[in-house]
Design a protein around this ligand. Sequence first.
Ligand code: HEM
Length: 449
Amino acid sequence: MDASGPAFTSLPPGPRWPRVVQLAAWLSRPLELMEHLRARYGMPATLRFPRWPAMVSFDDPEAIKDIFRGSSDDLHAGEANEPLRPIVGSNSLLLLDGERHLRERKLLLPPFHGARMTRYAEVMRDVTLADLARWPLDTPFAVQPRTQAITLDIILRTVFGVEQGSKQETLRAALEALIGDFSRPSLMVEWLHRDLGPRSPWGRYVRTRARTDALIYGEIDARRARPRPGEDIFSMLLEARHEDGAPMGREELRDELITMLVAGHETTATALSWAFHHLIEHPSVERRVHEELDRVMGDGPIDPERSGELVYLDALIKETLRVIPVISAVGRVLHAPTTVGGIELPAGVVAVPSIYLTHRNPKIYPRPERFEPERFLETKPSPYEWLPFGGGVRRCIGMAFALYEMRIVLATVLWRHRVRRAPGASHRPVRRSVTMAPAGGTPIILTRR
Ligand code: HEM
């Protein structure tokens, strides 16, 4: 990619602020920036950052369809995900494009097939119950650290195949530190990567990464030396074979394991945190969830096999991911002139489906700012209208996993409990790395039903 970004004059309009100011706005207040673009310039609109190609954002399903259905040879998502390279590594599915991306994706997809989800259901429920036992009753606490702990444990057990014990604790601490250090927005910017010693943000991060990598490589070597067949995704990747019959390499395995952790942990934890936020803001929604849980699960315990019958809970999850999507935009770097929504875009620019603005497009969702799960009971939006997991050949491979996990975690918590608003609860979304999370981590009060 041309790092300086091509200087087109005929792109859709956008702010004339210095590029560094546009970048600062994107890092600090991306949702407000997108709203501003639409209000001031209409859609599509163009943003320009230093040392990055021009980015043209869209909120119209026809344009989104052109982007998601375009040729993967000409539209490169891997290049647009470049800021994640320092954490996920060069072999990560997130960073690959074209043929190599399609081949690697084929290798990673089988463990995420919808039908396999029931195998992970018990782990999801048991991890939630174990954590829930430690949640205080009738006292305010922030729920996001708890959802982070739950989704991390679920990934450690279902993806890494690590059972409880000292090894799990060591790996968990290392991975938490890795993600924590990387979540500073400034680390998304390549030219700020300067190792000025262990106290500087980048210096600290590279040291944490070296420690975590040593643990993961140790685990890869141990599992290769003493293979143990298992249901976890790591075991399946160890057995997976490329088309030429070769197994996945050591770095490839490391990069894909970290990719799943990075892509799947914070995203799902944040989505759960938003779901609790909407539940405390809308007691009538919580009442409907309770009615449905009582009807479907009876006296329980939560039966994952019947969780598919929780249609209102499913609508709540979909509306949660619509109203404030955890990832607010995805991008594709164009390698050939491409027509998007009737506009001819030149090669070199980034076409951006704005997930947030599409989900807030009143032509698709009447009163888009309102939280109304019922809209998903009445209609089923197309993949170009509801896109919290991106789309096309790049659509999130963990979508079925994440939706299932959210359903099991929420059903398990709400089965015997109510959630109420606690002081300090805030609507304000703040950036945590690539995700938009509720400020203050959603303080709640948990009471028994
Ligand atoms: C609520 C939770 C989640 C959300 C909102 C989410 C969202 C996304 C988005 C927006 C993309 C980019 C898609 C695109 O460019 O079109 C993506 C890609 C990806 N996600 Fe997720 N994700 C979630 C959970 C997970 C989980 C649980 C995993 C795995 C354990 C996962 C693994 C991946 C991977 C590997 C990719 C790269 C796919 C590719 O480039 O082909 N995600 N996700």
